[in-house]
Design a binder for this molecule. Structure first.
Ligand SMILES: *Cc1c(COP(=O)(O)O)cnc(C)c1O
Length: 421
């Protein structure tokens, strides 16, 4: 199946007289004919369903669809993108370990990596997304066991050089984890470029309609967990009758371990109802992503030629320092989020924002409706003008998430907003 077809058909194939649409199985529990059947499923939870804290038929249909879209051997949904980032790492790391991440990642992920994981004894070594191969290789320590980056960073809009980071990670016996939220598998499939694990906040384009918060972890099945660095995969798990994940589950060791250990213990699994909404979004993902890219490119070019705009940041523009990487990794488009700086700093940006009629003022991005955020008044509100400059945020900067309205209406709204400045 091609990717457009997978969006509609992967993960659920109804049999004779079964519902055409994936059913919402809103049940915590599943029944068994005998005590022996229950015992067997506790020996190997992949054989059947036990409890909706870590497996549910509606959610599993969506997991299979996303694994197919990314080209992985399996996937596990989580109750948020943050939970996906956390579990993707906790499945590999323990207190005393370190991992490498670029600094160009989502703000919530920065907080998780820089503040919360260190409290659990896990160190994050930050590197610049633009570091040289020598600098990257020098960042590894003997206890480093994973590398993390974001395909198109939210909100920096840098493009991650997946192959460069995969090469360094693999040379050090570590897996590469890529947060692929902004491109979605329609625009980039990191596994094809050497990523071992892919994560998403499904709250963004995958859902697209802003109706559910969710996340997902996809396992490529390609990483060799038996290289000596990962005893949790190759030694018996006493919490599961001595199962050895790499022996029993082969290529799917990582994703099955994540479900059997972490989802069992942390329980951050989405509800069937949420997975149903996510599936509706996924069905139209291929069509929507094409239109987001087309609308965003038109908006980026319009802004770039506008006299009241100081600069535009969009990897699809030739003026972007990430244009070459975008052409390599994102040949079909760079998604729908743009950031730009209005001349006149903070007051000009506020005036522009408050004059928009169509674009709504929201903290969300990647919605089907155009939305806009002024970082200096919202996510970075506590900072003074001087601190903003130090943090690399211009008071005049606006983050614009282009929606699927008529491009003429979006441009009219922008024209009116800029005219008010
Ligand atoms: C939003 C976002 C997250 C966090 O996801 P939630 O679903 O909000 O928990 C992680 N990574 C990226 C790139 C995001 O945009």
């Amino acid at each position: 199946m091609n990717i457009e077809t997978k969006c509609l058909h992967a993960g659920y194939t109804p049999k004779n007289t079964e519902p055409r649409v994936v059913p919402i199985v809103q049940s915590t529990t599943y029944v068994y004919d005998s005590t022996d059947d229950v015992a067997a499923v506790f020996d190997d939870p992949t054989r059947s369903l036990i409890y909706s804290r870590f497996a549910n038929p509606t959610v599993m249909a969506v997991e299979e669809k996303i694994a197919a879209l990314e080209g992985g051997v399996g996937a596990m949904c989580t109750s948020s993108g943050q939970a996906a980032s956390l579990l993707s790492l906790l499945n590999i790391l323990k207190a005393g370990d370190s991992f490498i991440s670029t600094t160009a990642i989502y703000g919530g992920t920065i907080n998780l990596f820089a503040v919360t994981l260190p409290r659990m004894g896990i160190e994050c070594i930050f590197v610049s997304p633009d570091c040289t191969e020598e600098e990257l290789n020098a960042a590894f320590k003997p206890n480093t066991r994973a590398v993390f980056g974001e395909t198109i960073a939210n909100p920096a809009l840098t493009v991650f050089d997946i192959e460069k980071f995969a090469k360094a990670a693999h040379a050090h016996g570590c897996p590469l984890i890529v947060d692929n939220t902004f491109p979605t598998p329609i625009l980039c499939r990191p596994i094809e470029h050497g990523a071992d694990i892919v994560t998403h906040s499904t709250s963004k384009y995958m859902d697209g309609h802003a109706v559910q918060v969710g996340g997902v972890i996809v396992d490529s099945g390609n990483f060799d967990w038996t290289n000596g660095k990962f005893p949790e995969f190759t030694e018996p798990d006493e919490s599961y009758h001595g199962i050895i994940y790499t022996k029993t589950y082969g290529k799917a060791a990582y994703i099955i371990k994540a479900r059997m250990q972490l989802m069992r213990d942390f329980g951050c699994y989405p509800s069937a109802q949420s997975a149903f909404y996510l599936n509706l979004g996924l069905e139209t993902l291929a069509v929507r992503m094409k239109q987001y890219c087309e609308n965003a490119m038109t908006v980026a070019k319009f802004l770039e030629s506008h006299e009241k705009v100081e600069s535009v940041n969009y990897p699809g523009l030739e003026s972007s320092p990430y244009h070459a990487l975008a052409q390599k990794y994102l040949p079909d488009g760079c998604s729908g989020v743009i950031s730009f700086v209005i001349k006149g700093g903070r007051p000009a940006a506020v005036r522009f924002m408050d004059s928009l009629k169509l674009a709504s003022n929201e903290v969300h991005v990647a919605d089907i409706r155009t939305c806009v955020l002024h970082p200096a008044s919202a996510t970075h509100r506590q900072l003074t003008d001087e601190q903003l400059v130090a943090a690399g945020i211009n008071g005049g900067m606006v983050r614009f998430s282009v929606g699927l309205e008529s491009i003429d209406d979006i441009l009219d709204d922008l024209r009116a907003g800029l005219a008010a400045v």
